[in-house]
Design a protein around this ligand. Structure first.
Ligand code: H79
Length: 594
């Protein structure tokens, strides 16, 4: 069953078309966001950071993926308690051996800086329920239960404050200590009312004693919508500017989180983050992990960082320190390797916007205020980088970052877009970055669908840009589409629009947006088609009609399209005036004149 759910989830990501309204739990409507929330300026600053350090450190680090002399290969090593499984009393007894004398918060902050990372998130409490901070809720914490007796969250929070490094905490809402080992393989446990109270009490501690918390990385469990809202509110009530992760579930977060080691493949309008581990098999320290090909690991993470940033997200890369608190040398080397690449190329990453291009055959792009950055993953044989859809943009002369010798020709623009020829990039290192300044705006026309010879046009769901809601009812709940967008090469005029759909909810209502103007549409049956007369806006961009389908406004975060849209047809609508036939003129002889 679990693998079926997972397959469905993967398919849903690969094939947004497979998403359908019927996958959402029946009758559940996401709660609107209430109470104080981070300001637009906070969200912008959070988004601008782009690259951060995740640290999985806890009692499990002592075991390093080994129990009873066996390498535990199943599950992540931070979850060894459930996967070995380790008898609860023996797991809890690990606290007496937990003495991370080599944990050096200032050195960790310095390492993050050397990697070019702009924020740090530490596991304050993972699923094992062991608090890496002093809690008054029980004695299962690093101060009360270990010989170390020091508050690691506090030590790292203070080191971050000294270095002006934003600091956040990971907090799992499940707790095997509390739940006495009710393990579920996907950690989608319901949260009891008493445990929710316990969580809120610990969240208050974390939000009260550790200075400014940049984000709370809630994870796992299957809280009710009301519990998710309560957890988010517990954070915001004390620190309204703290960003809450989408894994508080039920669309109550301030940013969306992709699956572990996952990236989105569709457009994102929300702030979002992609969480990554050094090796997909574990986040916590695994002593027997094979760590080879250091340069390959550095390149893999540069590529992931670039992909995520070019899609508009933040990349948070994890290290798993050993039980004595030391950072695994290989992992430190990976971070320093990324930093060596990033330092001279930072302007292409930090503070940039997502790529304006849906796809580039040579690699990726990001957008600065006055500069387009091109990341050349696969240098074309002819050295020509093609930028489809660019129109009416005044480019300056480009250059290659960190390589003063590489020659970049002037940008040429023609009907199919812009091209720029780049000289030999052999000296520019891995993933060369070409920076091309522009004046005013950069104008890119997205892919548009052309009509057939009769002016009739069919827009299939596969051709649409899909916008998805993430972090719904738990880790295995697939993302749901809330917007489809197409561009159609149609001129001014009126069009008969036909929406084909299936799996519609009862009395489903959507809005059909043409050139930014909505028109309501009711989907009358469970499956079928429905027509609407629409007009192009003569003041909109003349080159194409923009069509969007959304839930009926006002819709809020988490609402999904109430049906699976399969296609939309557009046909020119000619107003047939009832022909006023000229009265036949009768000649004198009674015959009609021609
Ligand atoms: O803290 C890390 C994980 O321990 C936590 N999220 C990240 C940041 C997490 N807990 N549960 N899950 C993620 C969801 C379950 C994921 C699974 Fe698996 C991955 C189920 C199957 C593959 C874990 C690994 C269980 C079996 C293998």
């Amino acid at each position: 069953m679990k693998s079926m759910v997972r397959t469905a989830w993967t398919l849903a990501l690969l094939l947004p078309l497979a998403l359908s309204a019927k996958q959402a739990p029946p009758g559940d409507q996401p709660l609107p966001l209430a109470g104080p929330r981070p300001s637009a300026a906070t969200v912008q600053a959070w988004q601008a950071r782009k690259f951060g350090l995740f640290i999985h450190f806890g009692l499990y680090s002592v075991l390093g993926g080994v129990w009873d002399g066996r390498k535990i290969t199943k599950g992540y090593s931070e979850q060894i308690e459930s996967f070995a499984p380790v008898p609860i009393d023996q797991y809890e007894a690990l606290a007496k051996r937990f003495d991370p004398e080599k944990f050096d918060p200032d050195a960790i902050v310095a390492l993050a800086k050397a990697a070019g990372m702009k924020f740090i998130v530490l596991t304050a409490k993972h699923h094992d329920g062991f608090a890496m901070f002093r809690t008054a809720q029980n004695r299962y914490d690093i101060v009360d239960a270990t010989p170390y007796r020091r508050d690691v969250v506090k030590a790292l929070a203070d080191a971050c404050a000294r270095a002006h490094m934003p600091f956040g905490v990971y907090y799992s809402t499940i707790d095997w200590h509390w739940m006495h080992g009710q393990y579920r393989p996907d950690n989608d446990n319901p949260i009891t009312p008493a445990q929710a109270d316990f969580n809120v009490a610990q969240i208050r501690e974390l939000m009260s004693h550790y200075g400014t918390i940049s984000e709370v990385w809630f994870d796992m469990g299957k809280p009710t919508p009301a519990q998710s809202a309560r957890f988010a509110h517990a954070v915001h009530a004390l620190q309204p500017q703290t960003m809450v992760s989408g894994r508080v579930w039920n669309h109550q977060g301030d940013f969306s989180v992709m699956g572990d080691n996952r990236e989105p493949d569709t457009g994102m309008e929300e702030p979002w983050q992609s969480p990554a581990s050094m090796f997909p098999e574990t986040w916590g320290y695994r002593s027997w992990q094979v760590r080879d090909d250091l340069p390959g690991k550095v390149r893999e993470n540069i590529a992931r960082l670039v992909r995520v940033v070019s899609a508009g997200g933040n990349y948070i890369l994890n290290i798993g320190p050993e039980g004595d608190g030391s950072v695994v040398p290989y992992e430190a080397d990976v971070l320093r390797g990324i930093g060596a690449w990033l330092k001279p190329r930072g302007e292409a990453i930090y503070g940039t916007q997502a790529s304006p291009f849906a796809k580039l055959d040579f690699g990726y792009a990001t957008l600065g205020a006055h500069t387009l950055y091109l990341f050349v993953e696969k240098p074309p044989a002819d050295g020509v980088l093609r930028l489809p859809g660019v129109v009416g943009t005044r480019f300056g002369r480009g250059h290659v970052l960190a390589d003063a010798k590489a020659v970049v020709d002037p940008v040429a623009v023609d009907a199919s877009g812009a091209t720029v020829k780049v000289g030999n990039l052999a000296g520019a290192g891995y993933m060369p970055v070409v920076a091309i300044p522009f004046e005013g705006g950069l104008h890119v026309r997205p892919d548009a669908v052309a009509p057939g010879a009769d002016g009739h046009m069919q827009l299939d769901a596969v051709q649409a840009e899909h916008f998805l809601n993430y972090n719904g009812y738990g880790y295995d709940d697939p993302p749901t589409p809330y917007k489809l967008r197409w561009y159609a090469l149609l001129g001014a005029g009126d069009y008969q629009l036909t929406v084909h759909y299936r799996d519609a909810k009862a009395s489903a209502r959507i809005d059909v947006w043409v050139d930014g103007h909505p028109k309501p549409l009711v989907l009358p049956t469970r499956e079928g088609m429905v027509r609407l007369l629409v007009s192009r806006d003569p003041h909109a961009q003349p080159w194409a009609l923009q069509l969007e389908l959304t839930p009926k406004a006002p819709f809020h975060k988490g609402d999904a399209l109430p049906a699976t849209i399969t296609s939309v047809e557009l046909a020119p609508f000619v107003r047939r005036e009832r022909p006023v036939a000229p009265a036949p003129r009768i000649d004198a002889r009674g015959g009609e004149r021609p």
